[in-house]
Design a protein around this ligand. Structure first.
Ligand SMILES: Nc1nc2c(ncn2[C@@H]2O[C@H](COP(=O)(O)OP(=O)(O)OP(=O)(O)O)[C@@H](O)[C@H]2O)c(=O)[nH]1
Ligand SMILES: [Mg+2]
Length: 223
């Protein structure tokens, strides 16, 4: 017997979840604006270097402004412990089985924090090139990272995550020669998915490209 297909109902539920997230993200954006806090989120596949880049960024930024960080992972508070070494306020969000951060998780994590006492908030998303793209967190600036060790084709395979970002960062550039990374092809792939997108190449380990990156953040924060 041909029963009513269930798939449309599931899609409906997902739409409602996303709509709910958008409403919360809008409220968060308004709170950030009222508090005068500049919010940056970072997304990439697992291990691309989000935490390492944040460690270096926070180490510098904490002398320039009042900065804090939220970091999402399915399990462990390893990344929060790493970021806490920079001596800025940090909170880990453990998502359990959820493969991305949602606006409600940010709202919850911010409980007890006085946003007006911050100038800049960094959010590290769960390592994933798919799910985070659908969830607005109310951030001012969203960055997608890809490391040279992942291959040049990631923008073509995961276009949505690049399309929903404001800028792309190619990380671990110190390893480019070892993995025969084709920088020109990577740029072309990013541009073909998101024409005109700003791209940074850097190594949080060697420091190469870090000045341009920090300058970009400062500029965006002032805009
Ligand atoms: N050579 C080199 N290694 C790097 C660089 N950045 C990060 N790594 C290394 O890459 C590995 C993963 O870095 P993380 O910063 O933990 O990556 P992540 O994106 O935060 O990982 P998840 O939070 O698990 O998704 C670690 O062993 C880092 O030391 C870099 O610029 N150069
Ligand atoms: Mg991390």
């Amino acid at each position: 017997m041909n029963t009513t297909p269930r798939l449309p109902r599931l899609i409906e539920v997902r739409k409602n979840v996303l709509k709910q997230n958008d409403l919360l993200a809008r409220a968060l954006r308004e709170r950030y604006r009222e508090a005068g806090v500049f919010v940056v989120s970072i997304v990439s596949s697992p291990g691309s270097g989000k935490t390492t880049l944040l460690e270096k960024t926070l180490t510098q930024f904490r002398f320039e402004c009042r900065v804090a960080a939220l970091v999402g992972d399915l399990a462990t508070d390893n990344d929060a412990a790493r970021l806490a070494r920079t001596e800025v306020p940090v909170k880990q969000i453990t998502t359990g089985t959820v493969c991305h951060l949602e606006a409600a998780m940010i709202e919850h994590a911010l409980e007890g924090w006085n946003l007006a006492a911050l100038d800049c908030l960094f959010i590290e998303n769960v390592g994933n090139l798919v799910c985070p793209s659908s969830y607005d967190l109310g951030e001012d600036l969203r960055l997608t990272l890809m490391s040279v060790t992942e291959g040049e084709d990631k923008p073509l395979k995961y276009p949505t995550i690049f399309n929903t970002a404001d800028a792309a960062v190619i990380t671990k550039i110190d390893l480019a020669a070892a993995v025969e990374f084709d920088s020109k092809a990577a740029y072309q792939n990013i541009q073909s998915v998101r024409p005109g997108m700003q791209v940074f190449e850097l190594s949080a380990k060697s420091g190469q490209g870090m000045d341009e990156w920090l300058q970009f953040l400062r500029r965006m924060k002032e805009e």
